[in-house]
Design a protein around this ligand. Structure first.
Ligand SMILES: [Zn+2]
Length: 130
């Protein structure tokens, strides 16, 4: 399963990134604002349950073995979490990195036999693993 952000600029980037990894047609997709931020930050608490419910369904129905989480730079959800602080690369990376730690912890607790991968992608298509 792939978790990614709803930002329109990143739809082709995420699609092509996964295609390059030969994952076309092999993943179910869950897309919402902020990706891992949207499913971990208190600010978006109401969204969390939908995500975990969908993972449950995907585990049962599609027998997924892995969750690939793709966050992206210049993310509106990260800007919201950042609040009034200066929105620079250091502060934004901290927000993404925190969301990755949180989602990994929860995911490993709920699905110890499944893999999780966390990736931060930028508009110039550079993908960094976290
Ligand atoms: Zn975003």
């Amino acid at each position: 399963m792939v978790l990614s952000c709803m930002d329109p600029r990143f739809q082709p980037i995420v699609y092509n990134y996964l295609k390059k990894r030969k994952l076309n047609g092999k993943y179910s997709a869950f897309t919402l604002a902020g990706s891992a931020i949207g499913v971990t930050a208190i600010r978006f608490k109401k969204w969390h349950k939908s995500f975990w419910d969908n993972i449950d369904v995907s585990v049962k129905l599609h027998k997924i073995r892995k969750l690939i989480v793709i966050n992206h730079y210049d993310c509106g959800a990260a800007k919201m979490i950042n609040g009034k602080k200066k929105f620079n690369k250091i502060n934004e990376t901290k927000i993404h990195s925190k969301s990755f730690i949180m989602i990994k912890n929860k995911f490993k607790k709920k699905y110890p036999s499944l893999d999780i991968e966390t990736i931060l992608i930028s508009l110039n298509k550079k993908a960094e693993k976290f």
